[in-house]
Design a protein around this ligand. Structure first.
Ligand code: UDX
Length: 436
């Protein structure tokens, strides 16, 4: 069976490599030649743990090409794993999906199954099937199937190889059996087989629920600060109830990344625009998150009305640890405000730095260690809970900073561990420690 994966981003490349790891022969196709060249030289264009290792291990089973004729020739199954970014009105931009649909219609040489892995608004799979079928004009037959991706960045390979669920949405036994055979070496007990619209909905409903869970705990954290309660104890107490569960109850400066922000907006927009139905809970999650991202600045303003002329330390730039992805990272909302005030920013994020430099090549001083970052600074913002932040010696703040004011957006330290330090420590949903 010739499997083609179109798109070599997080979804496409991880899918391809993991399918190869389970014994399938896979062809990866991407329009970006530089990415294909990189992949052919054994390097991954994205930073993801174990990915390069598995690329190397399975190199006999994976080929990479930017030639669509070669890619789609004799394809039996084509997975679409291209981006569906957010449009200005909040809806999903499907231009890349339709570009692949065009290529499929123009280049396949036999009947095949087209599987959409990208997150697409409910109803899109059927539209794409109709679109390709019309373009093929009877030359070949294609059938569509939905197989949404649930991987999280930083743990993408594990999330795929040891998937907690595999959702397939099909409208024929043939499509269902084909996908089942591709996933035959994965844990069968987690496979959910359903219709296409339900599969598409499972993806949005899951991501929006998790976003809602985060916004909910963030609101409770904000209230904890006002009433004098501790969000960590509250989360722990809530999480012990198995109906609630203890995951995604970490309060912070809001969710970022390539999925939650765009998928909440896309579902909300779809419901509103197409069905005149307001998803009130999802709307609230979006609003709370936008507000939460500004929380650190508001806290810092208590100590400095303006950051003008200050040396500001920033620990962590990425939207979460173990990724170089900056999409919707809270740092991107805060850093422009600090810069606009006229501060000098010293930042440290060994993995996120490379991409940050594309946005702020000269405006920020990129440092090579925590020590270098903190030296002579007036305030420190923590935007990402990297291990290097959580595991560092907390005494470094008072030793190196001019004024050790730490505004932690990710609750990196236990209050127990900072309460006797000579610092001012603000976090989310917990008491302020002020020993200055
Ligand atoms: C998410 C989903 O987890 C994944 O299933 C889906 O396929 C894509 O979107 P990802 O965006 O990679 O994955 O990261 P995730 O670990 O879910 O975190 C998303 C954001 O939520 C991050 O900014 C993170 O910091 C934040 N978050 C997460 C919290 O603020 N609190 C939490 O308790 C958990």
């Amino acid at each position: 069976m010739k499997i083609v994966v179109s798109g070599t981003g997080y979804v496409g490349l991880v899918t391809a490599v993991c399918l190869a790891e389970k014994g399938n022969e896979v062809v990866c196709y991407d329009v970006v030649k530089e990415k294909i060249d990189m992949l052919n030289s054994g390097k991954s264009p994205i930073y993801e743990e174990h990915l390069e290792e598995l690329m190397h291990k399975n190199k006999e089973r994976i080929t990479y090409t930017d030639d669509k004729v070669i890619a789609y020739k004799d394809a039996d199954v084509i997975f679409i794993g291209v981006g569906t970014p957010e449009k200005k009105d909040g809806s999903a931009n499907l231009e890349y999906i339709y570009k692949v649909a065009d290529d499929i219609a123009e280049n396949i040489t036999k009947d095949c199954l087209v599987v959409i892995k990208s997150t697409v608004p409910i109803g899109t799979n059927y539209k794409v099937e109709k679109y390709i079928t019309n373009k093929l004009d009877g030359k070949h037959k294609i059938e569509i199937a939905s197989n949404p991706e649930f991987l999280a960045q930083g743990t993408a390979v594990r999330d795929t190889l040891e998937a907690q669920r595999i959702v397939i949405g099909t409208h024929s036994k043939w499509a269902e059996d084909t996908l089942k055979s591709i996933y035959s070496k994965f844990d069968k007990s987690v496979l959910v087989s359903t219709d296409i619209n339900s599969a598409e909905m499972i993806k949005y409903a899951s991501n929006d629920f998790l976003a809602l869970k985060i916004s909910y705990i963030n609101e409770i954290a904000n209230l904890c600060e006002l009433v004098g309660a501790n969000i960590e104890d509250v989360s722990k107490g809530m999480g012990l109830d198995s109906r609630i569960g203890n995951k995604f109850l970490n309060a912070g400066i809001g969710y970022g990344g390539s999925c939650f922000p765009k998928d909440t907006k896309a579902l909300h927009t779809l419901a509103n625009n197409l069905y005149d139905y307001e998803l009130k809970t999802v709307k609230a999650a979006i609003e709370v998150n936008a507000n939460q991202k500004l929380k650190l600045i508001r806290k810092a303003r208590k100590y400095y009305e303006t950051f003008n002329g200050l040396n500001v330390a920033v620990l962590g730039l990425a939207f979460k640890p173990n990724t170089d992805d900056l999409r919707e990272a809270p740092s991107l909302v805060n850093i422009p405000i600090i810069l606009e005030d006229g501060a000098h920013i010293k930042a440290y994020d060994p993995i996120g730095e490379k991409n940050y430099k594309k946005i702020y090549p000269t405006e920020i001083e990129y440092c090579n260690s925590v020590e270098e970052t903190l030296k002579d600074t007036d305030i420190c913002f923590i935007f990402t809970e990297w291990d290097f932040v959580k595991n560092m010696d907390i005494n470094l703040y008072s030793k190196l900073m001019k004024k050790p004011i730490i505004i932690d957006g990710r609750n990196c330290y236990k209050l127990e561990d900072v309460k006797n330090k000579n610092i001012l420590y603000e976090s989310i949903g917990r008491d302020t420690i002020n020993n200055l």
